[in-house]
Design a protein around this ligand. Structure first.
Ligand SMILES: Nc1ncnc2c1ncn2[C@@H]1O[C@H](COP(=O)(O)OP(=O)(O)OP(=O)(O)O)[C@@H](O)[C@H]1O
Length: 525
C-alpha cells in the first residue's frame, strides 16, 4: 500500500481519493451491466413471446403500412417524431393524415395562400427512425420500429412490427386493413415506375392524378376499341394458357408528336387500375442484360411503356420529321460525334426482342410502345405477337378541334334547348361539354356559357382549324392561353393559325440554313 501511495503522490492523489474513484467505477460498471442485461433480457422476452413482421421499403406492404400508420391518431401524439413536408411512401397520401399540422383555416380561394407562386406546404408528423412506438390495435399492443439504412444508391427504410399473440392472425388482419385503406385512397392515382439502368431495377417515380378518358379527344371508337381490347386481354389468362400462347399483348401507338399517345396510355392505366413501368430504351447505360433483368421484374397486371421505340438504335438522330432515320454516309465528323455520344449503351435489337418475349419476360403485362417514326422500326419489332394492335395518331382533325374546345370550356345546360341531347348520348364523351367543375371556382373567372353557345363556338373554332395540320398539343396550348375568353378565343383563332404558319416557316428556313452550313463545313474539311 505504501508503494502505491508513493507512486500516486507525485500526481496529487491519496489513497482516499483512489478508493472513491474505484467505488464510482464499480458502481457505474454495475449499473451499466444491469442496464445491458435488462435490455438483453427484454429483447429475449420480445423475441420469444412477440411475433415480428418486417416490411422493406422496396415492397408494397411497406407503403400500405406507412399509409395506415400515418392515419393513426397515436402517431400524432407520439413524443418523438419527425416533421416533414415530404410525402410518405409511393403515393403522397399523408396529406390528409390526422397528425397533419396545418395553418389556421385557409380559404382555398385566397391568393395569399400562394407564397412566391408556390402553395404553402403542409407539414406532417412522421414516426422518427430508430425509435420504437407503441400503438393499440384490436386488443393488442403493437411495437413499431422504423429503421433507415444508407446504401450506395441512397437510403432505404424498413418497418418492424411486433405483437404479443398466439398466432399471426392479428398481423394478417393489420396488413389486409392497411392494404384496403391504401387502395381506397390510391383509387384516384396512377403510380409511375422508371427503369434504373445503373442497378437494373424499378424506382417509384410518383403518383399522378388519374386522367379521365373523356379528356382525350380521339376519333370515335379508338379509345373504346383499345379499352375493350385491354380488358378482354386481362380477363383471358386461362384462354391463353389453354392454347399455349404467351400471356402478353403489345400495342404500338405511332404518329406525330403531341397527338395524345402518352396521354392516352396514362388515362387507360387509370381506367384499368394499373401501374405504369416506363423504360426509355435510349437511356444511358442501357444494355441487353439490364433490359432483360428489368423486363423479368415487371409485375403481372401492369402497363409497360417503351417510349420513343425508334430512338433506341438511332440515338444521335433527333426527332425531326424530315429526318428519315436511314443510315448516313459516315464522315470523320460524324465518327467523332458518335465517339462523344458514346453513353455506355450497348442495347442490341436482338437483346430488345429477347427481353420482350424471351423466356425471362414477364407475363400478364400490357406492352405499350410509342414512336413518331414507324418507318424506322425493324419489322421484327412490330410484328404481331410483339405489337398486336397498331394505332395511328394524326394531327388534329376538325372533329378533334371541336372536341378539345368543348373539353376546355365548361357550360351550363341551355334553357332554350331542353333535352336537346337525346341524340348525342351515343356520341363520344369528349364531344360533349365537360361538366362544370365541382371545385370552388378558381381565382381566374371562367365565364360559364350556355351549352348551346359553347356548341356554336366549338363548331366555329373547328371550322377555322385546318384539317390535319396543327397538333392537338398546339391547339391545347392556344386554348390554355385563352382559357377565360371562349368568345375571343374563337374570334382570334385565324390570326393565331397565321402566326403559327409563319413561325414554322421561319424555323424550317433557319434549320435548313444551319444544316447547309454544317454540310459546307464537313465538305470543307
Ligand atoms: N388527342 C388528344 N386529346 C387530348 N389532349 C391531347 C391530345 N393530344 C395531345 N394532347 C395534349 O397535348 C399534350 C401532349 O400530349 P402527349 O404527350 O400525350 O402527346 P404524344 O403523342 O405522346 O407526344 P410525343 O410523341 O411528343 O411524346 C398533353 O398535354 C395532352 O393533354
Amino acid at each position: 500500500m505504501d508503494t502505491v501511495k508513493s507512486l500516486l503522490s507525485p500526481f496529487g492523489l491519496n489513497s482516499n481519493s483512489l478508493q472513491d474513484t474505484l467505488k464510482l467505477v464499480v458502481i457505474g460498471g454495475t449499473v451499466e451491466t444491469a442496464r445491458r442485461a435488462s435490455v438483453t433480457a427484454w429483447n429475449g422476452f420480445v423475441d420469444s413471446f412477440f411475433l415480428t413482421a418486417h416490411f422493406c421499403q422496396e415492397d408494397y406492404p411497406y407503403d400500405w403500412l406507412m399509409h395506415w400508420l400515418s392515419k393513426q391518431p397515436a402517431w400524432g401524439r407520439s413524443r418523438e417524431f419527425e416533421i416533414t413536408t415530404r410525402t410518405v411512401g409511393r403515393n403522397g397520401l399523408t396529406q390528409s393524415t390526422t397528425g397533419d399540422l396545418e395553418e389556421e383555416e385557409i380559404d382555398e380561394d385566397d391568393d395569399s395562400e400562394l407564397v412566391h407562386g408556390r402553395r404553402k406546404r403542409k407539414v406532417a408528423f412522421m414516426p422518427s427512425p430508430d425509435t420504437t412506438h407503441t400503438i393499440y390495435y384490436r386488443g393488442h399492443w403493437l411495437r413499431i420500429t422504423r429503421t433507415k439504412r444508407y446504401q450506395d444508391y441512397g437510403h432505404y427504410s424498413a418497418l418492424k412490427i411486433s405483437v404479443v399473440a398466439r398466432n399471426n392472425d392479428i398481423l394478417k388482419k393489420l396488413v389486409l386493413e392497411a392494404k384496403r385503406e391504401y387502395e381506397k385512397d390510391a383509387e384516384h392515382r396512377v403510380h409511375i415506375f422508371m427503369a434504373d439502368t445503373t442497378y437494373g431495377c424499378w424506382r417509384w417515380n410518383g403518383a399522378r392524378q388519374k386522367r379521365p378518358m373523356s379528356s382525350i379527344v380521339l376519333e370515335p371508337a379508338v379509345k373504346e376499341m383499345l379499352l375493350a381490347d385491354c380488358k378482354d386481354f386481362l380477363r383471358s389468362e386461362d384462354w391463353y394458357a389453354e392454347r399455349g400462347i404467351p400471356f402478353r399483348r403489345g400495342y404500338l401507338l405511332h404518329g406525330v408528336p403531341g397527338s395524345g399517345k402518352t396521354s392516352l396510355i396514362h388515362s387507360m392505366a387509370g381506367e384499368l387500375g394499373l401501374d405504369i413501368y416506363v423504360v426509355s430504351l435510349s437511356s444511358k447505360g442501357m444494355s441487353d442484360n439490364t433490359l432483360t433483368t428489368l423486363m423479368g421484374n415487371v409485375p403481372s397486371r401492369c402497363i409497360l411503356l417503351l417510349e420513343d421505340l425508334d430512338a433506341a438504335f438511332t440515338r444521335s438522330v433527333n426527332r425531326d420529321s424530315n429526318s428519315t432515320g436511314a443510315p448516313t454516309v459516315p464522315t470523320k465528323a460524324a465518327a467523332a460525334a458518335a465517339e462523344t455520344n458514346n453513353d455506355g449503351s450497348t442495347l442490341s435489337l436482338s437483346g430488345l426482342l429477347n427481353s420482350l418475349d424471351g423466356v425471362a419476360a414477364a407475363e400478364g403485362r400490357l406492352l405499350f410502345a410509342t414512336t413518331n417514326h414507324i418507318e424506322r422500326l425493324d419489322p421484327a419489332l412490330s410484328r404481331p405477337g410483339r405489337m398486336d394492335v397498331w394505332v395511328n395518331f394524326t394531327n388534329a382533325t376538325k372533329w378533334q378541334a371541336e372536341g378539345i374546345f368543348k373539353c376546355f370550356f365548361p357550360s351550363k345546360p341551355s334553357l332554350t334547348t331542353p333535352a336537346s341531347d337525346a341524340t348525342s348520348s351515343s356520341q363520344d364523351a369528349s364531344q360533349k361539354n365537360m361538366p362544370i367543375p365541382k371545385r370552388k371556382s378558381p381565382s381566374h373567372a371562367v365565364p360559364i356559357l350556355e351549352e348551346a353557345e359553347i356548341a356554336i363556338l366549338a363548331k366555329r373554332f373547328a371550322d377555322a382549324i385546318p384539317e390535319d395540320e396543327m397538333s392537338v398539343a398546339s391547339l391545347q396550348g392556344y386554348l390554355l392561353k385563352n382559357k377565360t375568353r371562349p368568345r375571343e378565343c374563337v374570334a382570334e383563332v385565324a390570326e393565331w393559325i397565321q402566326q403559327e404558319r409563319e413561325t414554322r416557316a421561319r424555323m424550317k428556313k433557319e434549320k435548313e440554313e444551319v444544316s447547309s452550313a454544317n454540310l459546307t463545313k464537313v465538305l470543307g474539311c
